[in-house]
Design a protein around this ligand. Structure first.
Ligand code: FES
Length: 147
């Protein structure tokens, strides 16, 4: 195993750590619909590159009233979709499973693009629940915005 001295270790860590922290902070930044209320484009949620075709990602932020919310972004060959991550049954946060969103509380399933209810709570038929709330989604200069 090669030996490295303290100076080499310091040079390595001072070069790596700032860029690592910058990338983490950028990807972990929470959005705020409240702060973006006067913006015509809405709140910046993520980099466009964070949601590739065939992927669903969930981002945390705050609503127009300042409460915590999660937004589900899904990119398909048909486009980019933004949904509220709160289940329309009792408000639990949905989780992504392939092209579906599953509620961990009572097992309801929603489509990750349209938000349509594919299965109701505890195995109830589809469309038992309202679809997930949709947001208007826009991409500009490499970022995704919702309103
Ligand atoms: S809260 Fe989601 S199924 Fe009950």
């Amino acid at each position: 195993m090669p030996k490295i001295n303290r100076r080499q270790l310091l040079a390595f860590t001072s070069a790596i750590i700032p860029s690592f922290l910058a990338s983490k902070l950028d990807s972990a930044q929470a959005f705020s619909l409240e702060k973006a209320a006067t913006s015509s484009i809405g709140a910046k949620v993520a980099k466009s590159s964070a949601v590739k075709v065939g992927q669903t990602q969930i981002f945390s932020g705050s609503s127009a009233s300042g409460t915590s919310i999660e937004v589900v972004l899904t990119r398909t060959s048909k486009g980019l979709f933004a949904l509220d991550g709160a289940c329309t049954h009792n408000g639990c946060g949905v989780a992504a499973q392939g092209s579906k969103l599953v509620c961990p509380c009572h097992g309801s399933i929603f489509a990750s693009d349209t938000g349509a209810n594919l299965m109701g709570p505890n195995g109830a038929p589809k469309n038992t629940l309202q679809p997930l709330t949709k947001y208007k989604v826009t991409e500009k200069a490499g970022y995704i915005y919702i309103k």
